[in-house]
Write a protein that binds this ligand. Structure first.
Ligand code: SF4
Ligand code: SF4
Ligand code: SF4
Length: 282
C-alpha cells in the first residue's frame, strides 16, 4: 500500500506555523513512517508531484498569485487543512481590510508601484472549500499531531470547541480578570493553547480567534470597567484575528459617541492576535 502523501504549502505569512510542524520532532519522525512528505519547502527541497492526500496550508490570500495558486492546491488535494490565524482569518495583515492598502504600501515601501497586492488579506476558506481549520498564532503542536493522527486513522479529530476559560479552569488557574483586574479575552477565545497566558498571570489576547458565537457584547463593557479605553478595546481585538467573524465587530465598534476613530497606525501598533471563523467540515 502506498503511504498517504502530505504536502505543506505557504501563502502570505511569517512561516511560524510551519515551524510548529518542524518543532514536532519525535512525532514528525514517527509520522514520516506513516506518510510520504511530498512537499514541504521549509524542511526539504525534494518535491513529489500531486495529487496529495493531505495538504496543510499556512498563510492568507494576499496577492493575485496567492488567489490563483490556492485554486491549484485545492484541485490537487483530497483533504485541505488550513493552519494558523493567517490561513483561517487573514492574519495580522488583514488590518488592511479596514484601511486603504495604497496608503499602507506607500508608507512601508520606497517604490510602492512595484508591489502587487490585493486590497484585502483573506482566509483560505473565502476562496476554496476547506476540510478543517486549525487555529492559533502559531498553531498548537499537540493539536496538529492529533489532527494528522486522526486523519491517518480515519477518525474524527479531538479538537475542543470551548473557550480558553474552560482550559484555564482545568489547569486550576486563579482568574486574572477577577482576582487582579487584568483584561482577558479568554471568555471569547477558542481553546487549544492550554490557557498559556493566564497560567503566567497574563490576560489572553485572543490569538486562537473567536470561539463559536463569542459574547463580546458582555465582555467589552467588562474590559472598559477594568480601565481599558475604547481605543484599547479596539486594539486588543485588532490583532491576528482582526478580520475573523466574531472579533471584527469588536475591533471596529464599541466606541463612545464623539470619540475619534483609531487611525490605521494605531491599529497596526496594537500588536495582538485575532483568528477566523471555525469552519470544520470533518
Ligand atoms: S498564524 Fe501566526 S505564526 Fe502562523 S504563519 Fe500566521 S503570523 Fe505566523
Ligand atoms: S483568567 Fe481569563 S481565561 Fe482564565 S478564567 Fe479568567 S477570564 Fe477566563
Ligand atoms: S493569547 Fe490566549 S489563545 Fe493565545 S496563547 Fe495566550 S491564552 Fe492562548
Amino acid at each position: 500500500m502506498p503511504r498517504p502523501k502530505l504536502a505543506v504549502w505557504k501563502r502570505a505569512c511569517c512561516d511560524g506555523c510551519q515551524l510548529t510542524l518542524l518543532d514536532c520532532q519525535d512525532e514528525l519522525l514517527a509520522m514520516a513512517a506513516e506518510i510520504d512528505i511530498a512537499h514541504f519547502a521549509e524542511a526539504s527541497s525534494a518535491e513529489a508531484a500531486g495529487p496529495y492526500d493531505i495538504s496543510l496550508v499556512e498563510g492568507s490570500v494576499s496577492t493575485p498569485q496567492d488567489a490563483e495558486r490556492i485554486q491549484r492546491i485545492r484541485d490537487q488535494s483530497q483533504t485541505l487543512i488550513t493552519i494558523g490565524a493567517c490561513a483561517t482569518a487573514g492574519g495580522i495583515q488583514a488590518l488592511r481590510n479596514f484601511a486603504d492598502v495604497a496608503e499602507f504600501t506607500a508608507a512601508v515601501y520606497a517604490r510602492p508601484e512595484y508591489v502587487r497586492t490585493l486590497a484585502t488579506s483573506t482566509a483560505i476558506a473565502d476562496h476554496v472549500p476547506v476540510d478543517f481549520e486549525l487555529r492559533g498564532c502559531p498553531i498548537d503542536r499537540r493539536q496538529l499531531v492529533e489532527l494528522i493522527s486522526a486523519l491517518l486513522a480515519g477518525r474524527k479529530p479531538h479538537i475542543p470547541a470551548h473557550s480558553v476559560c474552560y482550559e484555564c479552569k482545568q489547569r486550576g488557574n486563579t482568574c486574572v480578570m477577577v482576582a487582579h483586574g487584568t483584561p482577558c479575552l479568554g471568555p471569547v477565545t477558542q481553546a487549544g493553547c492550554g490557557a498559556i497566558c493566564p497560567s503566567f498571570s497574563r490576560g489572553c489576547y485572543g490569538c486562537f480567534g473567536p470561539v463559536a458565537a463569542p459574547n463580546t457584547a458582555s465582555l467589552v463593557p467588562q474590559l472598559l470597567q477594568l480601565g481599558m479605553t475604547s481605543d484599547g478595546v479596539e486594539r486588543v481585538f485588532s490583532t491576528f484575528n482582526v478580520a475573523a467573524t466574531g472579533f471584527s465587530a469588536a475591533s471596529r465598534g464599541h466606541r463612545a459617541d464623539g470619540e475619534p476613530a483609531a487611525s490605521p497606525e494605531d491599529a497596526a501598533d496594537s500588536g495582538g492576535p485575532a483568528c477566523g471563523t471555525h469552519r470544520p467540515r470533518m
